[in-house]
Design a protein around this ligand. Sequence first.
Ligand code: AMP
Ligand code: GLY
Length: 432
Amino acid sequence: MHILIIGSGGREHALAWKAAQSPRLTQLFVAPGNAGTASVAQNVAISADDNAALVAFAREKQIDLVIVGPEVPLANGVSDALRAAGVRVFGPSRAAAQLESSKTFSKAFMARHHIPTARYATFAEFGAARDFLRAADYPVVIKASGLAAGKGVIVPASLAEAEAALDRIMIAREFGAAGDEVVIEERLEGEEVSLIAFTDGITIKPMPPAQDHKRLLDDDRGPNTGGMGAYAPAPICPPALVAELTRAILQPTVDGLRAEGTPFVGALYAGLMLTRDGARVLEFNCRFGDPETQALMPLLDSDLIEIADACTTGRLDKVDVRWKRGAAVCIVIASGGYPGEYESGKEIHGLDAMSDDCVVFHAGTKMVNGKVVTAGGRVLGVSGWETDRETDMKADAIKRAIRKAYAGLGKIEFSGMQYRADIGKRAIVASK
Ligand code: AMP
Ligand code: GLY
């Protein structure tokens, strides 16, 4: 098969790395890719947001299957454009992608289908939103409704901070049109878990539950980031709970979208909080997680291309999706200054020295004069895993995966690099 992956981050490198192991593969392209994807696929200089050029390329190269990584092309209707040209796509239509691209859509959808989530109100007008805040007698979270690269959610510590957040979104319009509407939501408490599933629009096959580390610094301090690391499976979400969450959350979501005439094909990501009163959806994403995917792909035993292809043809029920035992951890290395301003163009050393059970997924990198240099905030993700069948103690597997990932990370060096030293630590505590 001729496969095209759209995107250029660590998630897309992990997907390309796994796809490259498939016996079904003839040719693998990544548009636009990065210095890492170039080692397992052919990079194509087309922006992930250029639907017309992507369609033309897919036709010219007779692409059999496209896998879409990021949310922005999905919200731009890249799946619809490709399908209209007769190309099979693993990734939802623009209509189904509203589950992520519009939080007002997503919240109303959950209410219609009785999917557990925080209580909320939506506003298109600043004055009404402010009056609501002043009257609310419970802690809130404020969210720009549209896509804001994970930055549009503000958890205020006081009424003053809440009003300032509303001002930033609705008056200063820090997130542009994403802030045309806001969702004001009840603030929940609990452990967070990312539950991502393959779906063909009918059948659901969940992946191992993962946990992301969103704050910049150890012990979950510092500003929010795109994600500084992840591990899977998350011991706080054992198999019986995954089954329950699939029944109570993922299945009604997929069934509801199909019933509304907008079936969801692709990776459905439920960002959940496990509260004292049960699991609640914090957000849906319409794609694989980043950096969760960098921890999940090393654990996938089955053929990614076979699964993705079956999703596009309504045959997911016929495919056995197997996962390796054990655990995997991904540690992100970011540029100095990230998530604020940072410099690019720093040469990266030590990339070739990895051992077995450890791989470096590139995110913000590029090749300049034969050298790999930094080209983004999040630069690399070092994934380590322990899938030895003899290692049946869960805490042991995750400890060994952590050790392998940090051993790999220790070989890498570039000026200003920063990373967290405690990725996966929570899993060890939880599995005791
Ligand atoms: P989201 O992008 O909607 O997942 O939100 C980003 C982060 O904000 C989440 O990972 C949570 O840590 C936090 N958050 C979002 N919604 C809530 C909520 N209702 N209660 C508490 N924290 C929340
Ligand atoms: N890891 C969070 C996300 O992919 O949105």
